[in-house]
Design a protein around this ligand. Structure first.
Ligand code: ADP
Ligand code: MG
Length: 654
């Protein structure tokens, strides 16, 4: 006997089992593939039924086109598809499937049965199974309503190694539910049912109106998601982005509840993730993750979907443009979530179902403690952080997306010649990449904004009301038309200073003010060296720093905005930042971090007494400032209690 192994062709089942390694990882992958087929068949209703987390049974039933009797044997064989015929088709593929592998793969590692009928007559229909090593298909008559049912029993029964990797029923079901959630979010026009062990867990009616979509969103992601999300819908130059983004104060510890669809296909893409992260960068608390359900619509020839077997990744022809579009759209939307914004629209409180604005989601340090007495008034009475959380859909639609749209439209009307450049970063603008686009937008807002952004109505009380008192040197109490609000004065001021400095620095025009008496600081030799090397960086930020000795620095000038700053910690913080970021060539990318450090040191500290005039000035500034619902670290800056909530608390009128 020779030691040389002979080459032989794999039998079909083995070949399919090997292919299954790529696409069939667990029950959830089976559900995903079968549901994709049902969607591709033009179904209006799709039912998913499971037993034992899908390990024992997965059945997907649809009312789609069905499969012709003659084609049934092919449906279960490898490289057989009705969705593309040429390479050119692949360029513009709109269907979810096209590789022609799923049914063959699944069938090779389970007991799969497919029944289908293309006829309206429910007495007709055919069943197909593929058995044995050759996987020869057997077709027999089986009545079925128009559409297709695929039943997959005993997944991995013949591949013990894979079966061992199955987790508990609960875990596997969790993965399936997640797959189901994604698919149900991808097609609002389809009705869906999910059943597990004879229990119906989701029953989602089809519907494409905003109300119907939001109802589905709430069913799949919970009420807190919807209550703390902004709806947006933007279209520029053939790109459309719509959907919902969570307010920064409604972040989560895990990166779940993040859904991004490109032309109806759910994707996890690094470019997309980066653009979103950047847009949230200076409003999100460190280490937290934003929530979003977003839909990007682009010309299908501008994306390549055939880059990954499970098609979770895509490649954009012009990634840069997509990135900047996403970033600037989201940056604007979040920027417009400003303080007091929600009082533009009537709120409609919903009694006991008052939104809780994700209180449970937030790290415990700044949970908003409800002012509830035992036995009455529920925990959700406080709204805040500029969330508009007290009201339902009305506030969300009324304020932010409209403002974004108004800005875009207004800008376009004023400057039609800039249509092209609206999303193109300016070459000379500071800040790397997408920052430049935002800067360009922010700058243009100065021209266009005044006409398009609604200002507070002079005849009505301002949204954040009038200050009444300062509590314990930390909070401002203000009476508003709707009730009362509390403001964390340091957090709020910090945001205002930060946003102003950003604008000034990015305009290249930070306003500096010489100190009457220069302040001398003791510094380490390393700090003195950094100060010398970074003279230019300091100057750009409005700080003039001289070396007065081997271990002494002299501060001669500070940004006017930082009037009250405590000089020593401010300069030390900046030196530490500069040392951390290295030479000033990397400074651009970190300029906002530096500004944030400066804003923090330059803002009113706790325990400083403010006059009523000062407090009111702060409230007015908040109303004008973007992102003023959160401080630079993502903490909420204010919260509100309405009269209704107060009345409930004291059981008035009950
Ligand atoms: P692909 O989806 O990549 O084409 P599949 O193995 O998933 O490959 O399916 C093979 C073919 O079987 C499909 O191209 C389609 O013609 C047919 N098919 C599968 N499921 C359904 C269904 N639910 N309704 C109608 N046709 C289906
Ligand atoms: Mg398929």
């Amino acid at each position: 006997m020779s030691e040389t192994r002979r080459i032989q062709v794999l039998d079909p089942r083995l070949a399919n089992q090997i292919a299954a390694g790529e696409v069939v990882e667990r029950p959830a992958s089976v559900v995903k593939e079968l549901v994709e087929n049902a969607i591709d068949a033009g179904s209006q209703r799709i039912e998913v039924e499971l037993e034992s987390g899908g390990a024992r049974l997965i059945r997907v039933r649809d009312d789609g086109s069905g499969i012709q009797e003659d084609d049934l044997p092919l449906a279960l064989s490898r490289h057989a598809t009705s969705k593309i015929a040429t390479l050119e088709h692949l360029e513009e593929v709109l269907s979810l499937g096209f590789r022609g592998e799923a049914l063959a793969s699944i069938s090779s590692v389970s007991r799969l049965e497919l029944i289908s009928n293309i006829d309206e007559d429910p007495r007709s229909g055919w069943r197909v199974v593929a058995e044995g090593r050759e996987m020869a298909p057997r077709v027999s008559p089986a009545p079925h309503p128009r559409g297709t049912s695929v039943t997959v029993r005993d997944l991995f029964f013949n591949t013990p190694a894979r079966r061992k990797f199955l987790r508990t029923e609960k875990t596997e079901f969790g993965h399936i539910e997640e797959a189901f959630r994604r698919q149900a979010l991808s097609r609002f026009d389809i009705g869906w049912v999910l059943r597990h062990n004879q229990k119906t867990l989701h029953q989602l009616r089809p519907g494409n109106s905003l109300v119907e979509r939001e109802r589905r969103l709430q069913a799949l992601l919970g009420k807190a998601f919807l209550d703390n999300a902004l709806h947006l819908d933007l279209e520029v130059g053939g790109l459309r982005l719509w959907g919902w983004v969570g307010l920064p104060t409604h972040s989560r510890a895990q990166a779940d509840h993040q859904y991004f669809f490109v032309n109806g296909r759910v994707v996890r893409d690094r470019l997309v993730a980066h653009a979103i992260r950047q847009a949230y960068r200076d409003v999100l608390f460190h280490g937290r993750h934003p929530v979003f359900v977003l839909y990007l619509e682009v010309d299908p020839t501008l994306v390549d979907v055939n880059v990954h077997p499970t098609k979770h990744e895509v490649r954009f022809r012009d990634g840069r443009m997509v990135h900047d579009f996403l970033f600037s759209s989201l940056y604007r939307a979040l920027g417009d979530a400003r303080a007091g914004g929600h009082s533009d629209t009537e709120s409609h409180e919903t009694g006991s179902g008052t939104p809780e604005m994700g209180v449970a989601e937030r790290p415990v340090e700044w949970q908003q403690q409800p002012m509830s007495l035992p036995g009455h008034a529920d925990a959700g009475d406080w709204a805040g952080g500029g969330s508009g959380g007290e009201s339902g859909g009305g506030a969300r639609e009324g304020v932010t997306p409209n403002r974004v749209r108004a800005f875009m439209d207004g800008y376009r009307a004023l400057h039609p010649e800039h249509e092209e450049t609206l999303l193109t970063p300016r070459q000379d603008a500071p800040g790397a990449g997408g920052d430049a686009a935002a800067t360009a937008l922010a700058e243009r807002r100065v021209d266009a904004g005044a006409d398009t952004l609604p200002e507070a109505d002079a005849t009505r009380a301002p949204p954040l009301g009038y200050a009444i008192a300062q509590l314990h040197g930390i909070y401002i109490l203000s009476e508003t038309e709707r009730g009362m609000i509390l403001v964390d004065m340091h957090a709020a001021h910090e945001r205002i200073v930060y946003e102003r400095m950003k604008t000034q620095v990015h305009d290249g025009a930070i306003e500096a003010q010489p100190l009457l008496v220069p302040v001398s600081l003791a510094a380490s030799a390393a700090e003195v060296e950094t100060a010398e090397n970074e003279r230019e960086a300091f100057a750009r930020l409005g700080v003039e720093l001289d070396v007065a000795g081997p271990e002494t620095l002299l501060v001669r000038q500070l940004p006017a905005l930082l009037g009250q700053a405590d000089v020593e910690p401010l300069i030390c913080g900046m030196l530490a930042d500069l040392e951390r970021y290295g030479r000033s060539d990397r400074l651009e990318a970190h300029i906002n971090d530096l500004l944030s450090t400066m804003a923090c040191h330059g803002s009113v500290r706790a325990n400083r007494r403010l006059t009523l005039t000062e407090m009111n000035a702060l409230l007015r500034d908040m109303e004008r400032t973007e992102r003023s619902g959160q401080c630079n670290h993502g903490r909420p800056t204010w919260c509100e209690m309405s009269m209704k909530a107060l009345d409930r608390l004291f059981m008035r009128g009950q």
